[in-house]
Design a protein around this ligand. Sequence first.
Ligand code: NAG
Ligand code: NAG
Ligand code: NAG
Ligand code: NAG
Ligand code: NAG
Ligand code: ZN
Length: 437
Amino acid sequence: MIGIVSIVLAVLQVSSAACDTNKYANSTPIELLQAYVQINTTTYNDLTPAVEFWTALAELADVSIETHELVEGFPILVLKWPGADSSQQSIMLNSHMDVVPASLEDGWTYDPFLGIIDNGIIYGRGTQDMKSVSIQYYSALRRLKENNVTLLRDVYMTLMPDEEVGAESGMIPFLKTDAFAAMNVGVELDEGTPYPLPMIALFYQDKVVWQIQVDCHAVSGHGSSFPATNNTATGKCRNVVDRLFEFRDEQYEIAATALPTAAGGYTSLNLNKLNGGTANNVVPSVVSLVFDIRLSTTLNEVQFDAQLREWISEAGDNITLTYILKNQQSPATVVNSTNPYYVAISEAAEELGITILPTVPPGSTDARHVRNAGYPAFGFSPMPNTELLLHAVNEHLAVSVFNDGIDIYEEIITRLANIPADSTTTDHSAYLYSTAT
Ligand SMILES: *[C@@H]1O[C@H](CO)[C@@H](O)[C@H](O)[C@H]1NC(C)=O
Ligand SMILES: *[C@@H]1O[C@H](CO)[C@@H](O)[C@H](O)[C@H]1NC(C)=O
Ligand SMILES: *[C@@H]1O[C@H](CO)[C@@H](O)[C@H](O)[C@H]1NC(C)=O
Ligand SMILES: *[C@@H]1O[C@H](CO)[C@@H](O)[C@H](O)[C@H]1NC(C)=O
Ligand SMILES: *[C@@H]1O[C@H](CO)[C@@H](O)[C@H](O)[C@H]1NC(C)=O
Ligand SMILES: [Zn+2]
């Protein structure tokens, strides 16, 4: 791939002195989660200890691990669990190593990087987002292997370095590599979120983010001058805010009555930064606003861009619009009987007696990049009856929910990887559809 250098740092076969496999030889899954939480993988930290951790786990499971460092300091790990027929499209189980910042001073009961278990609950950064899921994938696959279960299709565990900051050094370039192409992926599983009810959300699409900066320019003046409101930077920006908040109120009306499963049906918009002014007695020449917008999945991107420009031009002259972030809307993964991957997950849920709810989350994950690359993807984290604490203080997970999740993945992975040979189309985009109007 042009511009991308794929460095395979290590392909392990036998024990190497570098990694301490004995350390984890007798660890239970929850002990592995504790050990992983204890590695401080706050985004931009050196991930070498995490790479060593996964290298040791790969070795314990006797599977290969490759490290692709497409951008220096941002390793991407790929663990391969071979199936009986590697010519079949594979199952990709993705998670990210990085976590958002956390410190005791933020008000945590326990140090967020210790993984303390108290009263059947593990506390720590990554216990929901998403070190728990990585360990669950691994524990399920390892248990299957130890029980001599051979699956039909190859299963890959991929671990990304920078999901929390936009995947520019992780998933986005990885999807363009020969290494990814060689995986012959049929479907990808990615992160979901906890659900406060006895059910698990299955995300089949994400809401993409646009961040815009609006700069209102006008003629600066002495604090005692008195220009018409519409000729001031603040007055022009007020017009912008008024119009965008009118839209916000309309969308809020829809959101307020929408089911939690229907976040795709409205566009959220927040004014998150206001900047301007140089001195208390100077009328400013420029005021700027930053809005964070999460697009409804049915919104037409071209029309919405034109709409924003129209509202801004109506607010006055000399107002500029700059995109800080303009993510491309992703297609949705088909969630009915025509998608064998969805059928496999549904059958697993039935077998397990759990409820899986196809839904669209209010935010987005790496899965959107996978769908944009043309592959069906689902966001799924087996955390029913769990308060949503992603990125929050005192992020935690019940140990029982964590352990049940391993059983859930064992069933789901088995069914996905045993979808009969040649019954999935090699045109994987057949399991995607556009929802934009
Ligand atoms: C974790 O890493 C972050 C980012 O480097 C750092 O600010 C923080 O102090 C670390 N926390 C601990 C407990 O080591
Ligand atoms: C799996 O196979 C190995 C080698 O044949 C055998 O030693 C082991 O007992 C088997 N494990 C189970 C759980 O059947
Ligand atoms: C100021 O501009 C806004 C937006 O174009 C307009 O609705 C309003 O009538 C103007 N106010 C005055 C006093 O001209
Ligand atoms: C726009 O801003 C520039 C620079 O501040 C100023 O020279 C110009 O007169 C403004 N144009 C209008 C129509 O207000
Ligand atoms: C499955 O979903 C796709 C996308 O929404 C739709 O086009 C198709 O008609 C559905 N098929 C069935 C059998 O429901
Ligand atoms: Zn996450």
